[in-house]
Design a protein around this ligand. Structure first.
Ligand SMILES: Nc1ncnc2c1ncn2[C@@H]1O[C@H](COP(=O)(O)OP(=O)(O)OP(=O)(O)O)[C@@H](O)[C@H]1O
Length: 292
């Protein structure tokens, strides 16, 4: 895969806010007090480009899940702003936030979170049933075929393999055509073959259906399915890699272990580092900086 990020000089304009399915502006999140105080997010400014697959990586405790939960409106921030599309989440009342999550956000978790008494198809359409929305038949058919579930639609979760259950969870997230899907370690409970299948479906849904997906992962091979990888350490985004490969992601992660976190110099090929990576750039900062 080649780097598609334009050089700063060649970029006609910085991407606008409308190019991002979700974005944050200087968000901070602190847990605990006194000796127990932990700065989980330390002023993160980032945009998640529409119609792209973005992975978030970083050492354990770097703030990946906190960032995802704050962006998805599952957790609150202490300061800063979070947008899903044009909507600023911190200004919403609880009911409005619940509605926004229901209508605009899809989730895929490590534990598949399927309802055991419902069939695969009933699980897929459950969020829309709860919202009182009728699934669009053509779209639902396309989703079911994309994840290869047609022969299994009448099966209950216990009659499905782990990989098939996660495909049901992917279809459930895709079926409602959300603005953005957040996936938290979606392959964490799967063997490598089922994991590769699920990642393939996620990538296909981005390529073929224009879905926007953000995925937290520890696995460089999983991150390599994404269009870009954001690297977090100590609650800050320190690097962006466009067109990742498992080898380059692994190499970058090793740099964090050896203390190479913040001082991320662009690689010689310009494909990594706080360099000309427009994909994760924030509109207020122009191209070239993914955060801060
Ligand atoms: N509810 C909480 N109360 C106190 N501290 C928390 C809480 N949630 C997270 N933290 C702390 O915030 C920091 C960031 O946690 P977070 O779970 O976002 O990291 P992570 O990068 O997702 O880690 P991992 O890869 O291990 O899942 C960690 O130091 C963690 O201990």
């Amino acid at each position: 895969m080649t780097n598609t990020a334009p050089s700063t000089a060649g970029a006609p304009t910085a991407p606008g806010a409308g190019d991002f399915a979700a974005r944050t502006v200087k968000i901070a999140k602190v847990y605990g007090r006194g000796d127990a105080r932990v700065v989980a997010l330390d002023g993160v400014t980032v945009g998640i480009p529409r119609g792209r697959f973005t992975a978030i990586m970083g050492p354990s405790g770097s703030g990946k899940s906190t960032l995802m939960h704050c962006m998805a409106g599952l957790d609150s921030v202490d300061s800063g702003e979070v947008f899903i599309g044009d909507t600023e989440l911190t200004r919403l009342k609880d009911k409005q936030l619940t509605r926004l999550r229901r209508d605009k956000v899809g989730f895929i978790f490590q534990a598949f979170n399927l309802v055991p008494t419902l069939t695969a198809l009933e699980n897929i359409t459950l969020p829309m049933d709860i919202a009182g929305r009728r699934p669009e038949k053509e779209w639902l058919d396309a989703v079911v075929d994309t994840v290869g579930l047609r022969p299994r639609l009448k099966h209950r979760p216990t009659e499905l393999s782990g990989g098939q259950q996660q495909r049901v969870a992917c279809a459930r997230a895709l079926a409602a055509r959300p603005e953005i899907i957040f996936a938290d370690e979606p392959t964490g409970n799967l063997d490598s073959r089922s994991g590769a299948e699920v990642l393939g479906f996620l990538r296909d849904s981005v390529r073929r259906m224009g879905q926007t997906i953000v995925m937290v992962t520890h696995d460089p091979s999983a991150a390599a399915y994404a269009d870009q990888v954001l690297f977090l350490t100590d609650g800050q985004i320190v690097d962006t890699m466009v067109g990742p490969t498992a080898e380059r992601v692994l190499e970058r992660m090793k740099g964090f272990e050896t203390g190479g976190g913040r001082a991320s110099m662009p690689a010689a090929d310009g494909r990594s580092g706080v360099g000309p990576a427009t994909a994760g750039a924030h509109p207020e900062q122009g191209p070239g900086v993914a955060a801060r």
